[in-house]
Write a protein that binds this ligand. Structure first.
Ligand code: G16
Length: 544
């Protein structure tokens, strides 16, 4: 294999965000932009010679082209084997599983997750380490430093690889395996859940469902598992073909973007169960007839019912949630005597806790839930968890949720996103908030009195690394909270996220509309951060 060393100049904007590097496709198409980043990944790793790398993406525009480039750089850097999903496709949780199953050195995931795709939209790239999880901050910091000084990259002079046919190709010392993207993952799901019970419940018509793949990666996974293996009628999976531009939509599984599903679930024709996943298959939205389950509640309900699922029958070791996620799961953990951890936003922060066996389940308000079966959040896993739960409890989604609230109280929750805010304005808002932190405790706003106000820092209980500046928290004496954070996944300007939460123990008040129940906190949030005043926006762009 002929290997060339090519001169390049660094870019100064290759700092990975919450989950890898996400930029416009046009940014990635700049000369050597992708090449620099990939070589910087490999420069930050030790001992890759002869090892295995997993490679795949969500099929968005630029996926195929990027994979061909990455193959050539990986070959030149000495990997011995590349495992690639057919057509260049692999969901994020499938990459995580394949890394673990085949004991690969690591994996590269090509995705900008829930962000739109297409020539003028977004692309992304992320490195996962040998436990199958996203690289920790220590690695992404080293990678960024590398990218700022890079002067050359290595490239193998080989032809483009046929990505469409399953099988092994050998180029000198390098094996390239094109694999079925779904098979390993489907096998894992069958080990976790009660597939016989699911087949029975679906076959008898007790469980009917609609899954919206949003023209993204979970289409082939959901078709195979839900329709072919479990026997859901053809058409139960909608928008099932992955498209480079996701059909012009925004592959974000929430009620604002999964409109077709939402309309169906709030109509008289609603099936028992509805769900959607995102661009790369790690997020999930759970719905029942006439009900949307917040991701925070979903995590709490999973934790409370884990014993009904075969893989967790023997019990779970602990739970974790990201800081802005509601405290619903904390109540379950307290009742069950389980350890409960509060981590910064970003799945990578769960990795050490999972590896160390301190937690089994974890989740985030941003439509992510998962367990120790892989090291990524997992959309279809969450869907199968809920289906298994419904089949075991033989209750509707609404009944399961309402019973949960009756037992634990309801954490009424909502997130308001102000998108594409000018970066200087957004930073000004955060500075303005920081400036108030010292004087906020004991201040009263209407019925609410501030108990504490701080900027969240996290010390990893396993490796003791510290992550600072992870969002501003204002906690009130009744347990309510407002959290302010700037998103680390956007590509245009800045996105301010405001997370609002209020605990309601009184079952007579559980039916309230979240926006209404949170209206006083919404006003306090504006008073504190002045986002409307400073950005000129009249309200949030998205509410989830
Ligand atoms: C990523 C991370 C999640 C995070 C989410 C939102 O998800 O893996 O841990 O909660 O982004 O992050 P932010 O609030 O910074 O935008 P995904 O699905 O986009 O990969």
């Amino acid at each position: 294999m002929q290997i060339e060393t090519i001169d390049t100049s660094p870019y100064d904007d290759q700092k990975p965000g919450t989950s890898g590097l996400r930029k416009k496709v046009t940014t990635f198409q700049q000369r050597n932009y992708l090449e620099n980043f990939v070589q910087s990944i490999f420069n930050s790793l030790n001992g890759i010679e002869g090892t295995t790398l997993v490679l795949g993406g969500d099929g968005r525009y630029f996926n195929r082209q990027a994979i061909q480039t990455i193959i050539k750089i990986a070959a030149a850097n000495g990997f011995g084997e590349l495992i690639i999903g057919q057509g260049g496709l692999l969901s994020t949780p499938a990459v995580s599983h394949i890394i673990r199953k085949y004991q690969a050195f690591g994996g590269i995931v090509l995705s900008a997750s829930h962000n739109p795709g297409g020539p003028t939209e977004d692309f992304g790239i992320k490195y996962n380490v040998s436990n199958g999880g996203p690289a920790p901050e220590k690695f992404t910091d080293a990678l960024f430093e590398n990218s700022k000084t890079i002067g050359e990259y290595r490239l193998a002079r080989i032809d483009d690889i046929d990505l469409d046919h399953i099988g092994r190709q050998q180029i000198d010392g390098l094996s390239i395996d094109i694999i079925d993207p779904v098979a390993d993952y489907a096998e894992l799901m069958a080990q976790i859940f009660d597939f016989d019970l699911l087949k029975q419940s679906i076959g008898s018509g007790y469980l009917n469902l609609c899954f919206d793949a949003m023209h993204a990666i979970t289409g082939p996974y959901a078709k195979r598992i839900l329709e072919e293996i479990l026997g859901a009628p053809a058409g139960s999976v909608i928008n099932a073909t992955p498209l480079e531009d996701f059909g012009g939509g925004h592959p974000d599984p929430n009620m604002a973007h999964a409109k077709e599903l939402t309309q169906l679930m709030f109509s008289p024709q609603a099936p028992t169960f509805g769900a959607a996943s995102d661009g790369d298959g790690d997020r999930n939205m759970i719905m029942g007839a006439n009900i949307f389950v917040t991701p925070s509640d979903s995590l709490a309900i999973m934790a409370a019912n884990a014993g009904l699922i075969p893989a967790y029958r023997k019990g779970i070791s602990g739970v974790a949630r990201s800081m802005p996620t509601s405290q619903a799961v904390d109540r379950v953990a307290k009742a069950e005597g389980l350890p409960c951890f509060e981590t910064p936003t970003g799945w990578k922060y769960f990795g050490n806790l999972l590896d160390d066996g301190q937690i089994t389940l974890c989740g985030e308000e941003s439509f992510g839930t998962g367990s120790d079966h892989v090291r990524e959040k997992d959309g279809l896993w969450a869907v199968l968890f809920w289906l298994n739960l419904i089949a075991r409890r033989r209750q509707s989604v609404a009944d399961i949720v309402h019973e949960h609230w009756q037992h634990y109280g309801r954490d009424i929750y909502c997130r308001h996103d102000y998108e594409a805010v000018d970066a200087a304005v957004a930073n000004g808002i955060m500075e303005h908030l920081r400036g108030q932190l010292n004087g906020l405790a004991n201040q009263t706003f209407g019925d609410y009195t501030v108990k504490f106000a701080d900027e969240f820092s996290y010390t990893d209980p396993v490796d003791h690394s510290v992550s600072h500046n992870q969002g501003i928290r204002v906690g009130f004496t009744d347990g309510s909270r407002i959290v302010f954070r700037l998103s680390g996944t956007g590509t245009v300007g800045a996105t301010l996220r405001i997370y609002l939460e209020k605990y309601e123990p009184d079952a007579d008040k559980h039916a309230q509309d979240a926006q209404q129940a949170l209206s006083a906190l919404i006003e306090i949030a504006e008073q504190l951060c002045e986002v409307k005043k400073r950005s000129g926006k009249s309200g949030p762009d998205v509410m989830t």
